[in-house]
Design a protein around this ligand. Structure first.
Ligand code: F6P
Length: 538
């Protein structure tokens, strides 16, 4: 008797080559049935190579994994990040009640709520002009300095929730000085507040920018000490490093080792949202995320939107060899969603070793590459590739009908659905140039869109702070459930250390301070370092 995994494999051999159009021909009403609900959302996955039998097998397989145990372990603070011996308690950041969660004998919910109170106080004091700059001016501009998880999620929610009349928040993430130059262009240093967000307070990208930003402000407020005392909020898990940087304790907001960087937008890292839009908007975001947490924690796997979407991703990636994942939010304000999800999913599940130290097999990899861009703009960049390129992509479209209570232009959902429909149905798809075509046939062949590209379509009646919070929490839970399916640890990221540690050595070599060992350094690097030494005139 075959086990469910073997039955899934056999089923995939049948389904793998079925055309999506044939599935609709066989079951015309599937578009009315194959969708997931959360609140007033409709998440349509009918344009995927799944049948009722597929779903049955996927859910049977999920049952063998005891997902409820894993979800409970996540929420309760078990040390699931076993390589760093840490819990992953981003859900605790949005827990509204005082139910204790113990980490190392400390109730971290008390600490989290205390930090939220400070966030509220800081944002209110700054927004009403009680907390002023060193020369007595109220703040008008916030410059958030971070990178990766200390930047992307906060950038995304600030962009998505910006409303007229909000404070001006600018972001600096790249070590390239142009990023800082651009952010500080046109600001009044005396009314500019810096948010320096870094969990470790050791990331060079952030510290170089932070130091230079303080120096740029110092010129206007007399000295760096006054910048540190009046114009900086630091957000970090490394309090000592922030103190050594010169930030007074009262302006250091803590985050915790059990909060992963890419899961930290719910923490004080997002003080910039509270400063931009007011603390209540940040709270609304948290309440949406908590509603998704409740759904994931309490809903049986067959109706659990995070589990179902994770199973769908896993089915496409592992059994149907879908190699590329393309995320396109049809909302200008969600411009940073693809990059945030890219870090969330690829830094979490971009692994090759499983829980037991064993190498994953090539035909059952962990997460696939994810890229994307906003609609409709992306229709003028990579959609040609989607329609006529050689790929095995699957698409995910986020389609809000309104944003922050204001109706989208009707063209936005129209374009989104046109893409989902045409990428599945193609054109002249029965025409296949299987012989040497004449000029007429060549022309016709060049115009063929073969279709058969699967897509998931999120239809959201109104994307406000609450629903944005729920959507971003959903991506976190999908990432976690997928890590169980791939059997990898989603909470460490040792890979990022390699390049970070090498760069300072190459910098010293480029500055002529050290000579690289020609035995240990590849000739490509040696020649490139010489090239930089020749042309760099910094
Ligand atoms: O990209 C590597 C990384 O460590 C991310 O995981 C993290 O979000 C980012 O760099 C910034 O790290 P930190 O907040 O510690 O400066």
């Amino acid at each position: 008797m075959m086990n469910v995994s073997e039955r899934l494999t056999r089923h995939a051999r049948i389904i793998k080559d079925v055309d999506l159009r044939a599935l609709f021909a066989r079951d015309p009403k599937r578009g009315e049935r194959l969708w997931l609900a959360f609140d007033n959302w409709r998440v349509d996955y009918s344009r995927h190579a799944v049948t009722d039998e597929t779903l049955e097998l996927l859910n049977q397989y999920a049952q063998t994994l005891d997902l409820n145990h894993w979800i409970s372990a996540l929420f309760s603070g078990e040390r699931l990040n076993f390589t760093e011996n840490r819990a992953a308690l981003h859900t605790a950041l949005r827990q509204p009640n005082d139910t204790p969660i113990m980490v190392d004998d400390k109730n971290i919910v008390e600490e989290i709520h205390a930090v939220k109170t400070t966030m509220r106080k800081f944002s209110e004091a700054i927004r009403i002009g009680l907390w002023k700059g060193a020369t007595g001016k109220p703040f008008k501009t916030i410059v958030h300095i971070g990178t990766g998880g200390s930047y992307l999620g906060t950038r995304l929610i600030c962009d998505a929730l910006f409303q007229k009349g909000n404070m001006d928040v600018r972001f600096v993430a790249n070590l390239d000085h142009h990023a800082l130059d651009r952010a500080l262009t046109g600001v009044d240093p005396e009314s500019t507040l810096l948010v320096i967000a870094s969990k470790t307070f050791t990331t060079e990208d952030i510290l170089v920018n932070a130091k230079e930003a303080c120096n740029r402000l110092a010129a206007a407020v007399r000295d760096v000490a006054r910048v540190h005392s009046h114009h900086v909020i630091a957000v970090t898990a490394n309090i000592k490093a922030a103190q050594d940087f010169g930030i007074p304790d009262k302006h250091i907001l803590p985050i915790w080792p059990f909060i992963g960087g890419r899961f930290s937008l719910w923490s004080a890292v997002s003080i910039s949202l509270a400063l931009q839009s007011g603390y209540p908007v940040f709270e609304e975001l948290l309440s949406g995320a908590h509603a998704m947490d409740e759904h994931v924690f309490n809903t049986p796997i067959e109706q659990n939107i995070a589990v179902q979407l994770a199973l769908l991703d896993w089915w496409n990636s592992t059994f149907l060899a879908r190699r590329e994942r393309v995320l396109v939010p049809y909302a200008h304000t969600l411009g940073f969603l693809p990059e945030h999800v890219q870090q969330l999913m690829m830094e979490s599940n971009g692994k090759r070793i499983d829980w037991y130290g064993k190498k994953l097999s090539a035909n059952a990899p962990s997460t696939r590459p994810i890229f994307g861009g906003v609609g409709t703009t992306s229709q003028h960049t990579f959609f040609q590739w989607l329609h006529q390129g050689m790929h095995n992509a699957m698409l995910e479209l986020i389609v809000p009908i309104a944003v922050n209570g204001h109706a989208q232009r009707i063209e936005m959902p129209a374009h989104a659905l046109a893409q989902a429909e045409s990428l599945m149905n193609g054109s002249d798809h029965l025409f296949a140039a299987t012989y040497e075509p004449s000029s007429e046939e060549t022309l016709r062949a060049a115009r063929v869109c073969v279709g058969n590209t699967p897509s998931t379509v999120f239809l959201l009646p109104n994307l406000n702070a609450y629903h944005l919070g729920a959507l971003l929490a959903l991506y976190e839970h999908r990432t976690f459930i997928e890590s169980i399916l791939y059997r990898v640890n989603p909470f460490d990221q040792f890979g990022v250390e390699l390049g970070k540690n090498l760069a300072p050595i190459l910098k010293s070599a480029m500055m002529g301070q050290i000579k690289l060992d020609e035995e240990d350094t590849d000739s490509a690097t040696l020649t490139a370092v010489d090239f930089v030494k020749k042309y760099w005139k910094g």
